[in-house]
Design a binder for this molecule. Structure first.
Ligand code: WT7
Length: 652
């Protein structure tokens, strides 16, 4: 079979950029030509938007590919770029963060205040023996001290590894051990869904198997009781508040490790993605400025957790490097009510919102009446990240959140890429619902077939990156060989992203889901994303997940799990039949699901990605796989007990 991935779904809606935005846009069409003419010179120019203590001798050393060095010989400090230079330029009184706790408590932190707090924390860490190159683990809720801790590490050249606060003690233990962190920064807890949620007990448990950890710094947030290990545990306010608020940043080599971020591999041990300083900061600062068209008076909000790469690049390093004012919110979108996000947007006058399709689909399910009660007129650019955004979700987002005026930028990137890679620019491209569009200036991507040849427009295949980029991962922590094997072996000399993609008739790129999830039906390779998008385009469907289950005649057959919208939920068998026909009409009979299972919830990872592997087990009636990374493991029980509900029947 020659085709890598079929191209089925059609989408013809187009949304040109608002004239005013286009006229004043930070980046125009010419920038693509400029970068095409000399990619390296283009990135050097963007690197000069930062402060370097010493400029580099060579922009890119790719002689030991796939191990890259960017801005060789340059000296830089990430925290200095995020804080000191703005204060020195007279912008110390500008707000860095409007922070909002879930219970409604707030803190407004200026750049000058953040610099003083980071300086104190850097002095405290120094007193605890942290030196450049030492790893520090951070296991925190969404509070300002999390940002302070990260920047204090960056200031000292000590790579941080932030572990998402929702992870278990064993996940924390594995990460601390893998990067050999000797200091852990945590808090008593944080607020989630209206109640304090403890963190310190997980740290205590993890550390029973991490004998090399010397100290645990504990931020007091919830006032929960905590176990205390004398000599090891220290209150943050006692260790940090007494320090001097002056600290002179040291400049480090451009390739100084900035952080290690763990991401789950398909099997086994998590991969420690290593990001370094100069190239990373260059790309996240430039992409934040370019893709969101960020202006000095924007109020910017990435509604993600700092424990993911999205938070690292677009809550912390990108916005701060650009001196922008951000909103940061501790809690969940439905606490104390389902309009919390919209209330915050109205309160702070948020002009740029960046979030994930899973959140958008949840809001769709809750209904457009909820955002309609709030003044969202301050919004001017919307962003999406983390999964393909279905055309229906894109149009809903633009219409009901963006008031029908705001561009939506669908940004494709990965923990590994460090920063955005494929996305429209809001003042340049006509928005196409569902398309990530084109590689950014300075980025080179291609869609290839099994043999590694570029596919023509209109065809599908594998997404590869064909040139090194500044924010690329440098290796996997402690495992160079796994780095080479995982990313650089499938297609010679090119980075394999693991995603399926297609080029439409204009050559624009659409992401089609992870290739591990691709289905093979009668020799046709079908994308999960396209069939899910077709399902979500039906007015009765709120959310859908599609998997390929073994089938005696077709090899694999399409099985769809759908969540119906409130009003449609009772309609049963008839609804399932209608949906199967709808998919056939939208993308063709080959994609028609064999079964449609109506469910209440879908199993998702903590970062909101659907766990299709588990659904495949259910669809094939296998025993359940490992569910420990599920947001709610009861979801799977729910799905199993509902297997015989209306819609499960194979009606023709
Ligand atoms: C994977 C990377 C990027 C930061 C958050 C996720 C999927 C991400 C998109 C998008 C289609 C997307 C891909 C990618 N993905 N953004 N705009 N359209 N798919 O980082 O956890 O490392 O996941 O997320 O499958 O490979 P991550």
């Amino acid at each position: 079979m020659s085709e890598a991935l079929s191209n089925l779904l059609r989408e013809d809606r187009r949304f040109p950029p608002p004239a005013e935005l286009a006229a004043a846009a930070n980046v125009t069409k010419e920038t693509y030509a400029e970068a095409d003419a000399d990619r390296i010179a283009f990135w050097e120019k963007q690197a000069r938007r930062l402060h370097w203590d010493r400029e580099w001798d060579e922009a890119l050393d790719w002689s030991k590919a796939p191990f890259a060095k960017w801005f060789v010989g340059g000296r830089i400090n990430a925290a200095y770029n995020c804080l000191d230079r703005h204060v020195e330029a007279g912008n110390g009184d500008k707000v860095a963060y409007h922070w909002e706790g879930e219970p409604g408590d707030t803190r407004t932190i200026t750049y000058a205040e953040l610099l003083r707090e980071v300086s104190r924390a850097a002095n405290a860490l120094t007193e605890l023996g942290v030196r450049a190159g030492d790893r520090v683990a951070i296991y925190m809720p969404m509070i300002p001290e999390t940002v302070v801790a990260m920047l204090a590490c960056a200031r000292l050249g000590a790579p941080h590894t932030v572990v998402f606060g929702g992870f278990s003690a064993s996940a924390l233990r594995d990460r601390i051990q893998d990067c050999d962190a000797r200091i852990v920064i945590t808090s008593d807890g944080g607020y989630r869904r209206g109640a304090p949620s403890a963190l310190k007990p997980q740290v205590d448990q993890a550390l029973t198997e991490c004998p090399d950890v010397r100290n645990v710094l504990v931020v007091k947030r919830t006032d929960q009781d905590v176990e205390w290990t004398e000599g090891r545990d220290l209150w943050w306010h006692e260790a940090v508040d007494k320090q001097s608020d002056q600290h002179t940043a040291e400049f480090f080599d451009a390739e100084q490790p900035l952080y290690v971020m763990y991401t789950s591999g398909t099997t086994g041990k998590p991969k420690g993605i290593l990001h370094t300083t100069g190239g990373y900061l260059t790309q996240v600062a430039w992409t934040h400025w370019a893709v969101f068209d960020a202006k000095p008076d924007d109020i910017y909000w990435t509604a993600a957790d700092i424990g993911w790469v999205t938070g690292h690049s677009y809550i912390v390093y990108g916005p701060l490097a650009n001196g922008v004012t951000s909103v940061m919110y501790e809690g969940t979108p439905d606490t104390p009510h389902r309009g919390r996000w919209w209330e915050l947007i109205a309160k702070y006058g948020v002009s740029i919102l960046y979030c994930a399709p899973t959140a958008i689909r949840t809001f769709m399910k809750w209904g457009e009446d909820i955002p309609a009660d709030f003044d969202l007129s301050s919004l001017r650019v919307l962003g999406s990240v983390g999964e393909p955004i279905n055309p229906e979700a894109y149009v809903w987002y633009r219409t009901y959140i963006g008031g029908g005026r705001t561009p939506v930028v669908d940004t494709w990137w990965q923990t590994e890429t460090g920063g955005m890679m494929i996305t429209p620019l809001p003042g340049v491209a006509d928005g196409k619902p569902g398309a990530a569009m084109t590689p950014l200036p300075g980025i080179s991507a291609e869609v290839v077939d099994d043999a590694g040849n570029a596919v023509p427009n209109g065809a599908g295949g594998y997404l590869v990156l064909t040139e090194p980029w500044p924010a690329m991962l440098r290796t996997l922590w402690g495992d160079d060989q796994r780095y080479v094997d995982t990313y650089w072996s499938r297609f010679e000399g090119r980075y394999f992203a693991g995603d399926g993609a297609k080029k439409d008739d204009d050559g624009d790129i659409w992401l089609l889901g992870r290739v591990d999830d691709v289905m093979n039906v009668s020799g046709h390779r079908l994308s999960t994303t396209e069939i899910e998008s077709a399902l979500v385009s039906h007015p009765n469907v709120a959310e859908a997940a599609v998997v390929g289950a073994t089938d005696p005649t077709t090899g694999q057959a399409v099985v769809a799990f759908v969540i119906l919208r409130g009003s449609a939920a009772a309609s049963g068998e008839q609804a399932a039949k209608e949906l199967r026909n709808h998919v056939a009409a939208e993308i063709g009979p080959i994609a028609k699901p064999r079964q449609i299972l109506v469910v209440e919830e879908l199993p998702k990872t903590r970062s909101g990605k659907i766990m299709r592997r588990l659904l495949r087990d259910v669809a094939e009636n296998r025993e359940l796989g490992d569910v420990t990374t599920l947001t709610d493991s009861s979801v799977m029980e729910l799905i199993r007990t509902n297997l015989s509900t209306p819609g499960a029947a194979d009606d023709d």
